[in-house]
Ligand binder design. Structure first.
Ligand code: SAH
Length: 266
């Protein structure tokens, strides 16, 4: 099916609003797309969580913000609430931004929200963002691919418990690719998947880096090996949001560190 959605007939009636599913990039406001910045300044309502970071959230006029992230008490706002709220606002004729950290479709539940909008006849536009999965390693001096070392990269959620049977992630198969592994949401369960990778035969000396709050003013990077990284994490007190990079490319940082001007150097 070929359709020009830009100029296509929008069947929704004129009074229906519009939802923009916007990626904020990893947190530095200079890494917002021009379009994302314009939309943040002009949208009537912006639904966001904490991941875009304080600098970007601070750019949204306060009266237009709705936080749909973690609530006081640590509970997440239910996804159903966010879905319902997007439809409700659009149906009331509002121009709405649903702001997500990084890119909206990389572990961001953007896919679910888009489907819900379509099911409810709400017009929407997708505004991609720079994903932390590539930019996080990048600003730490780690290229996710490198002609000399590796020609594939896998993006994985570290949120699942690999010891549970229902885990959909086959760490053995990932180890066997020989490519770079970039793990998101993987700080808490780090020991579980480093163990799984070691068990699958990945070399204990494989370089690993943790990039915490990439591109934020207080970004930190910690490096080690598959065997040592859990201790490194504990000692440095690395917390979410952080990216785990596993593979030969993680060692590139050390070679360029002297000249790397991004963020805090450790
Ligand atoms: N859609 C986002 C990812 C959402 S999942 C993106 O494309 O970047 C949330 C995870 O993203 C976090 O647990 C962390 O692993 C990662 N993340 C997002 N922003 C980050 C940042 N600035 N620094 C390090 N990790 C980040």
């Amino acid at each position: 099916m070929t359709e020009n959605t830009k100029d296509g007939d929008r069947s929704a009636d004129e009074s229906t609003g519009m939802v923009y599913l916007v990626g904020s990039g990893p947190g530095d406001p200079d890494l917002l797309t021009v379009k994302a910045k314009r939309l943040l300044e002009t949208a009537e309502v912006v639904l966001h969580d904490k991941l875009p970071g304080p600098d970007i959230i601070g750019m949204i006029p306060e009266s237009n913000r709705e936080d749909v992230g973690k609530r006081a008490g640590g509970e997440w706002t239910p996804q159903e609430y966010t879905n319902r709220r997007l439809v409700e606002l659009a149906t009331a004729g509002k121009t709405v931004v649903r702001l997500k950290g990084g890119d909206p479709f990389v572990f961001g539940r953007g896919g679910e929200e888009m489907e819900h909008l379509a099911e409810n006849g709400v017009p929407f536009e997708v505004v991609p963002g720079i994903t932390s999965a590539i930019a996080g390693p990048g600003v730490a001096g780690i290229p996710v691919t490198h002609r000399d070392h590796v020609s594939s990269v896998s993006f994985v959620t570290g949120h699942e418990d690999p010891t549970k049977n229902e885990s959909a992630i086959d760490w053995g198969a990932l180890a066997a690719t020989g490519g770079t592994l970039v793990v998101l949401m993987g700080v808490g369960k780090l020991p579980l998947y480093t163990d799984a990778l070691l068990e699958a035969g990945m070399a204990p000396e494989t370089p690993v880096a943790l990039v915490e709050r990439a591109t934020w003013p207080d970004m930190r990077v910690a490096t080690g090996t598959l065997e040592s990284i859990v201790g490194v994490r504990d000692e440095a007190g690395i917390e979410p949001p952080a990216i785990t990079v596993i593979g030969e490319v993680a060692a590139t940082r050390d070679q360029v560190l002297e000249f790397l001007q991004n963020g805090e150097q450790q």
